[in-house]
Design a protein around this ligand. Structure first.
Ligand SMILES: [Cu+2]
Ligand SMILES: [Zn+2]
Length: 232
């Protein structure tokens, strides 16, 4: 497997177009290697009759450097990647927002470091492996509306990855006090971090087994059934 990946890397490197900038070549190479990896790991899992999905969990805690009167947000974020290199699905389950926060929107991003030694402040800037502007970072998950003091949201089609050179495993998920302006704020910070304000809570992404995702999927089915009953 490793030999195949190395040989593929060599071929990809040889085939790179000399007219492209180094950054473009790296981006190009990354896309090709991801594609090869996805194919190889997917095929191996299929041969063994296994599910190739990767799972990760992030246990959200209030930032240690946060003032006591700020919302104390807790909960978890789950990630599932059907095969390495594929788009991510994620599940956000947060609570601890005050009643007056209902209807407000909060930005959630992946930040560069899984370092919580100074609360969420030590997680660094947005994780930005391809040196692009906000909101094109792989962990720019956008805004999440608070309902009943919490956030309970499933998202799919996310470009972050749990594998490969740009894996978010070991990095931080940060929940912000404010809304993400999605790069439309008209200042430099908008193109770096969306002017999303203070860091309320955060966690470090770690790999896990399929059980937490399975439990959450069951809970989602249950809630969907309950909603159907209410509206019927
Ligand atoms: Cu952020
Ligand atoms: Zn960003």
């Amino acid at each position: 497997m490793l030999a195949l990946l190395c040989a593929s890397l060599f071929l990809v490197a040889c085939a790179s177009d000399a007219s492209l900038s180094t950054e473009e070549q790296i981006r190009d190479m990354h896309a090709k290697v991801t594609e090869i990896w996805q194919e190889v790991t997917g095929r191996r899992a299929a041969d063994r009759g296994q599910d190739a999905a990767l799972h990760a969990i992030c246990q959200v805690r209030p930032s240690a450097s946060l003032d006591a009167e700020k919302p104390q947000v807790t909960g978890f974020v789950l990630f599932r990647q059907p095969v390495p290199g594929a788009q991510l699905e994620a599940f956000f389950n947060l609570e601890g927002f005050p009643p007056e926060a209902n209807g407000t929107k909060h930005a959630i991003h992946v930040h560069q470091f899984g370092d919580l030694s100074q609360g969420c402040e030590s997680t660094g800037p947005h994780y930005n492996p391809l040196a692009v502007q906000h909101p094109q970072h792989p962990g720019d998950f956008g805004n999440f509306a608070v309902r009943d003091g919490g956030i309970w949201k499933y998202r799919s089609g996310l470009v972050a990855s749990l594998s490969g050179p740009h894996s978010i495993v070991g990095r931080a998920v940060v929940v912000h006090e404010g809304e993400d302006d999605l790069g439309r704020g008209g200042n430099a910070a908008s193109l770096e971090n969306g002017n999303a304000g203070r860091r309320l809570a955060c966690c470090v992404v770690g790999l896990c087994g399929p059980a937490p995702w399975a439990r959450q999927a069951q809970e989602r089915r249950k809630r969907r059934r309950e909603n159907e009953c209410k509206t019927a």
